[in-house]
Design a protein. Structure first.
Length: 303
């Protein structure tokens, strides 16, 4: 049994006869009749019976029609998916994150995605930084990247990757030779963070607050480069993800240190609206984001 035979049975049933089915399949009546005969020979039974000048499916024909509906729908879905992958759909994805450091890796991945989907416009909404979930709920974003998911039935989260947070200190700092830092090590330090409130800062949530430790001072600097230079000038210590720190550790004068004996691991999620139906390219973008970051992490680990 071939796909053309399934299409034939489906067309005859939908059009109500051979004559109309010929127009749908772009076949002559004799060619269609031959294909129907071939199918019946292969099955060893009749597919249709002619009753009162109408073609009525036999029991075998009914089973064949059910198979045709399932198989042809699957084929058409796959063809649509491939066309979308090759040609790309047209649309826009508005995206933002909760932290400026994420913009170190996001633009390069967006550029790779647009090589595959040139008709999909990707737009970073910088003004939504630090509050992407709220902007997503208000309709100002399509995808929010966050490490701090909130419990809300209106939101759906897809895990992208896991990264590790490290403290960064000057190489001459008194903490530089420690294998790992504890909450108490921050008690007499100036902690450089990207933004307030403190409840959104990972080192506060998972290290300092549980131990009831408050740093001696706190400096807010949204730009990663400025925060790193402040640490380099011995004016404080900062905590950032390993991939964000990597370019700054290539020069001398800085050292990264783990947080706690097991390290501070952080999950990153893509958040979307749970009740909204998104075009196919949204799911493709999230999968692309997840796969490309994972592959990149493996390559970094191997290098």
């Amino acid at each position: 049994m071939e796909i053309r035979h399934l299409r034939l049975v489906k067309a005859i049933m939908e059009e109500g006869g051979i004559t109309k089915a010929t127009r749908k399949l772009h076949l002559t009546q004799s060619a269609l009749s031959r294909q129907l005969q071939e199918a019946e020979i292969q099955l060893g039974t009749k597919i249709f019976l002619r009753i009162n000048r109408k073609l009525i499916p036999t029991e075998a024909g009914e089973k064949l029609l059910k198979l045709a509906d399932e198989v042809i729908e699957k084929i058409e879905q796959t063809e649509r998916s491939i066309r979308e992958l090759v040609k790309g759909e047209a649309g826009e994805i508005r995206i933002s994150t909760e932290c400026y450091t994420s913009y170190h890796w996001l633009p390069s991945i967006m550029r790779q995605f647009q090589l595959l989907y040139p008709n999909v416009k990707l737009r970073i909404v910088m003004e939504a930084t630090h509050q992407p979930l709220q902007k997503l709920l208000s309709g100002e974003l399509d995808i929010a990247i966050t490490t701090d998911p909130i419990q809300d039935s209106n939101l759906r989260y897809i895990k992208l990757f896991q990264d590790e947070m490290f403290a960064i200190v000057p190489a001459t700092h008194k903490l530089a030779n420690k294998k790992y830092l504890t909450a108490e090590d921050f008690a007499d330090q100036n902690l450089v963070i990207h933004s307030l409130p403190m409840e959104t800062v990972s080192v506060h949530r998972f290290v300092l607050a549980p131990a009831n430790v408050t740093p001696a001072d706190i400096t807010v600097l949204p730009l990663t480069e400025a925060a790193v230079e402040m640490v380099r000038a011995e004016m404080g210590i900062a905590v950032m993800s390993g991939w964000a720190l990597k370019p700054y550790l290539r020069t001398e004068g800085l050292k990264k240190i783990r947080l706690g004996t097991k390290g501070l691991l952080r999950d990153n999620f893509a958040a979307v609206l749970s009740a909204k139906e998104y075009p196919g390219y949204f799911e493709h973008f999230i999968e692309f984001l997840k796969n490309e970051i994972t592959i990149g992490d493996r390559e970094k680990a191997a290098s």
